[in-house]
Design a protein around this ligand. Structure first.
Ligand SMILES: [Zn+2]
Length: 493
């Protein structure tokens, strides 16, 4: 165990914060609740962003950018939407400060009353309203549809209890906002993007997810239906890793966005929105890392391979570096590597440093290895070490990175499956959800009163109604009314 990292078994929350710090991903900001994303954390976000951006473009989407500020009246147009976000909005009321000429005041500057804004501006908590105010200008006829736009942006949701990456007042995300001619088109878009998120989570993040629908009380403010993917972290809590909303005609009605159909009729437009955020960095930390530090899936690791040359004098340094330079040139061009030949740190210190930062593979090479034409290869996830001939190294790296990607996914899936249970007695549920022992699949009648009771008494929530649920007759764990399938419950981040 690395010095300075609390053990997971001791205090999971502390462990998480320690790993984020040890891996040098982020720092606390002078503004409470905000976060500074440091270069290594940002490089990880850039990997996430690059893959998702490609997947969005492959499914026909384009990027655009909408303003940070939203007129307050826009937010109020959709009743449920404003009710959902009102309590966490940052509001701009003035446009400048004025030098304070009162000699008795300790404040150097004060708000200038003359600069009070005519209409207050909300810093976007999400962009539906500003985007739909623009779609009104851009959509007239069925020929203008669909609009398939995504934006990469920051948003602000004023949070009282924050945690680096998982919940911060300002965070980075992408938000897709699409407009369609028919409800079927909108629904297939929503499911398509949920599929993109699921593929990304499982194939790139190596995190298995359940895809499902949120209950009425858990859906997005202003949506008809919210679909989500839910993942299990190592403390057996759930983390919502992406959402895709069918907004129906709610925003089209609020902003009066209609189009002329092929038949010549005026119809309201159908909408979707979908997003993932820097929270995914938190998910990666919590799903795979260990007591030594960060563990990352190779497909997203900013540095996949670090080469640590070992030498005692200048002559050895020159000899080892010559081999290292030749080696890395022979590797596939898409392998992300770094050569660490800093002379002011000892090899052992460097090993520890790169382990904390989640570099997938370490290559050690000293003068004797150069003579033998081999290197030592160490894997971050399982700690295995082996000697590899230089001429086999490229293939071996390729294979090790692929194997590690699969190993991480399989380990996470096994862990989740071993901690997902069916339970029919509310007493058992209450006892076992306390720690929690995992996810519990329970029968639920569909009534929000039973859902609220579960939440009040156990702090657990219905994470989703799974999409691939199997039909099974049962009775609601609370009220004993009939139920036709199980829902997934858990404690969540
Ligand atoms: Zn019930």
């Amino acid at each position: 165990m690395a010095k300075g990292i609390t053990r997971r078994s001791e205090d999971y929350a502390r462990w998480y914060t320690d790993v984020v710090a040890a891996a040098d991903l982020a720092d606390y900001s002078p503004v409470k609740g905000c976060m500074v994303i440091k270069p290594h954390g940002y490089a990880l976000w850039e990997q996430i962003k690059a893959v998702l951006d490609r997947m969005f473009k492959e499914t026909g989407h384009v990027n655009a950018y909408f303003p940070l500020f939203i007129p307050k009246s826009f937010l109020c147009r959709e009743a449920e939407h404003v009710a959902g976000f009102a309590k966490e909005c940052a509001v701009v009321t003035h446009s400048r400060l004025k030098a304070n000429d009162d000699p008795n005041s300790s404040e150097k500057v004060i708000v200038d009353e003359a600069s009070k804004l005519e209409e207050e501006l909300v810093v976007r908590p999400t962009s539906e309203t500003i985007i739909w105010s623009m779609y009104k200008k851009w959509i007239q006829s069925y020929r203008d549809l669909p609009i398939l736009i995504n934006q990469w942006a920051n948003v602000v949701r004023w949070e009282m209890r924050t945690r680096l990456f998982l919940r911060t007042t300002e965070f980075l995300w992408q938000e897709g906002h699409t407009a369609h001619a028919t409800p079927d088109d909108a629904e297939s878009e929503v499911l398509k993007m949920l599929g993109v998120y699921q593929t990304f989570a499982e194939e790139f993040m190596a995190i298995p997810v359940y895809a499902g629908i949120k209950t009425e009380s858990e859906k997005f403010a202003g949506a008809e239906r919210t679909y989500c993917i839910e993942a299990m972290m190592q403390d057996k809590k759930a983390l919502q890793a992406g959402t895709s909303h069918n907004l129906g005609q709610n925003f089209a009605r609020a902003f009066d966005v209609t189009y002329q159909s092929e038949a010549g009729k005026q119809e309201y437009v159908w909408a979707t929105s979908w997003g993932v955020s820097t929270r995914l960095v938190g998910a990666l930390v919590m799903a795979h890392s260990d007591d030594t530090g960060l563990v990352l899936p190779p497909k997203l690791a900013p540095i996949q391979v670090v080469v640590v040359p070992i030498w005692k004098n200048d002559e050895e340094h020159a000899k080892v570096m010559e081999t290292v330079t030749g080696l890395v040139q022979s590797w596939d061009k898409d392998i992300r590597f770094k050569i660490d030949d800093r002379d002011y740190y000892r090899p052992g210190w460097k090993f520890n440093e790169w382990e904390k930062k989640g570099v997938c593979i370490r290559i050690e090479i000293g003068p004797r290895d150069v003579e033998n034409g081999e290197v030592v290869l160490a894997c971050r996830d399982d700690g295995s070490k082996s000697k590899i001939q230089n001429n086999q190294l490229n293939d071996r790296l390729r294979n090790e990175l692929n194997d590690m990607q699969s190993r991480l996914f399989e380990r996470a899936r096994k862990f989740r499956d071993e901690h997902t249970f069916e339970v029919d007695s509310y007493e058992d549920f209450k006892r076992r959800i306390e720690a929690p022992e995992g996810f519990f699949n329970i029968h639920w009648c569909g009534d929000s009163k039973c859902e609220a009771k579960i939440q009040e008494e156990t702090k657990a929530t219905i994470r989703c109604i799974p999409l691939n649920k199997k039909h099974e007759s049962g009775e609601c764990i609370i009220c004993k009314q009939p139920s036709s399938a199980r829902v997934i419950t858990g404690k969540a981040y």
